[in-house]
Design a binder for this molecule. Structure first.
Ligand SMILES: Cc1cc2nc3c(=O)[nH]c(=O)nc-3n(C[C@H](O)[C@H](O)[C@H](O)COP(=O)(O)OP(=O)(O)OC[C@H]3O[C@@H](n4cnc5c(N)ncnc54)[C@H](O)[C@@H]3O)c2cc1C
Length: 425
């Protein structure tokens, strides 16, 4: 095994939804930045996880997240040769849809190209195993195949989705007994929809559930949407994995095994039992099972459901968090809560991104400090990316000023993100 030493200003733990934007912001602001990413590409859940629907760049009224996420999105749309959707057409409050779809191969490659251009040091196939404070520095130990890397850094941003760094440091985490189910992403193509009769497929599905050919969760929205929904989406984003916990390799393995078993069972059922699906093909499968929530960070402030739904105007707000609450469950499949008015635009406070009692470490993404109902709204991808941009800015300013990130003035964080295209807040 090679022992490698590296020194950077900031380490981004996990180059996923929040992490790739955090790294770009930090590096473009002029500090040395590395990403240590256990997977094979940037984007995490939104690319290798197959959840290619970032919510939301725009509310019904105005842009809510622009900056680096919007730049990457528009660049990738340009390569796809597709026009940008007209966001003014979206429905104001009660309609959860109108996703901005990304093309995974293009988006992941664009993000990577921009990261390399900005000087971000990329370490794929490597996971963070230990973090220790040594004087004013962090010493971060990561392992990849044949490599043990020791990185010296002034700041860390935990973007692991499971609070890995926070847990290693023994800082507080929030975890609920009942958690949202996870999922496995795949897509069946070639269904001949003109042959599909809603009532018939529902009966066939109900019978398959009754006689054990299918299992609860193979179709996620079992009591909230008709089975027709599964076919209309080719199974994409329509399978639940109960109790999914990807916060360690055993949990990740279990999620993968269960996700793929569910996928195969459904494919066999659909192609062998539903008229119009005989020639359907299982074309796309994403590499890892997903969790919606595992360990969140306990921050200096915990955002509540009320904060989210009433859109508390925090003094230390760093970005918008426009979304509805999308709470998946085992009973009906999913429950949603909408804001009462289109004028309510939730925000993320800096204190929810600072682990309680910590210094020189921040978090971004779905591990934001929030109760689990609020999290079911804040965890949307555009918000995760905006949090990443804000914490990338906080780390850059901290390093330049020679102070810990938690002491950086919020107005300076926001000003730096706005300089890099973000929506003024
Ligand atoms: C099934 C599902 C459907 C969803 N639907 C939508 C939707 O339609 N629209 C929407 O906007 N949002 C949706 N979400 C929510 C959203 O996708 C996530 O909340 C968000 O992507 C999480 O981003 P993140 O940066 O926190 O984590 P991730 O994007 O998961 O990134 C974490 C990264 O950290 C890496 N990592 C973890 N541990 C380590 C370690 N120790 N060392 C190195 N690397 C590590 C991982 O490999 C990963 O790349 C959905 C989520 C799920 C699971």
């Amino acid at each position: 095994m090679k022992n490698i030493n590296e020194t950077v200003d900031v380490v981004i733990a996990g180059g996923g939804t929040a992490g790739h934007v955090a790294a770009l912001q930090a590096a473009r602001a002029g500090i040395t930045t590395s990403i240590i990413e256990a997977g094979t590409m940037l984007g995490g859940t939104m690319t290798s996880g197959g959840v290619y629907m970032p919510n939301h760049f725009f509310s019904a009224e105005k842009p809510v997240v622009l900056g680096i996420p919007w730049e990457l999105y528009t660049k990738s749309k340009e390569i796809e040769g597709l026009p940008l959707p007209d966001y003014k057409q979206r429905r104001p409050v009660e309609n959860p849809s109108y996703y901005s779809y990304i093309n995974v191969p293009i988006y992941a490659s664009i993000a990577e190209e921009e990261a390399v251009k900005a000087g971000v040091i990329l370490h794929y196939h490597e996971f963070i195993a230990d973090v220790a404070a040594v004087g004013d520095y962090w010493e971060i130990t990561s392992f990849g195949r044949g490599i043990k890397r020791t990185t010296k850094a002034k700041e860390i941003i935990d973007c692991t989705g499971d609070s890995d760094v926070i847990r290693i440091l023994g800082l507080g985490v929030l975890r609920d007994k009942v958690r949202q189910p996870g999922a496995y992403q795949y897509k069946i193509e070639g269904i001949e929809y003109e042959q599909i009769w809603d009532g018939e497929v529902q009966t066939l599905y109900d019978e398959a559930m009754e006689n054990g050919i299918l299992q609860k969760g193979d179709f996620a929205y079992l009591n909230s949407l008709p089975f027709r929904y599964y076919l209309a989406h080719g199974g994409h984003n329509a399978t639940h994995i109960y109790d999914a916990d990807t916060s360690d390799a055993d949990g990740q393995t279990r999620a993968n095994l269960e996700g793929r078993a569910r996928m195969l069972r459904m494919f066999k059922f659909v192609t062998s039992s539903i008229p119009g699906c005989e020639r359907a093909v299982l074309k796309t499968m994403y590499p890892h099972g997903l969790a919606r929530e595992t360990y969140r960070t306990e921050g200096e402030y915990v955002v509540t459901k009320e904060d989210f739904l009433k859109a508390t105007d925090f003094e230390d707000k760093v970005c918008n968090a426009f979304n509805y609450i999308d709470m998946h469950n085992e009973e009906s499949g999913c429950e949603v809560f909408f804001h009462e008015s289109k004028d309510l635009l939730p925000k993320v406070p800096f204190r929810a991104l600072i682990p309680k009692g910590s210094s020189r470490v921040t978090v971004a993404g779905r591990i934001v400090s929030a109760d689990r109902v609020a999290l079911a709204g804040i965890r949307a991808q555009c918000t995760c990316m905006a949090m990443g941009q804000a914490m990338g800015a906080a780390a850059a300013l901290a390093v330049k000023k020679g102070i810990p990130s938690r002491e950086v003035a919020v107005k300076d964080i926001v000003a730096l993100t706005v300089e890099h295209g973000a929506v003024p807040i």
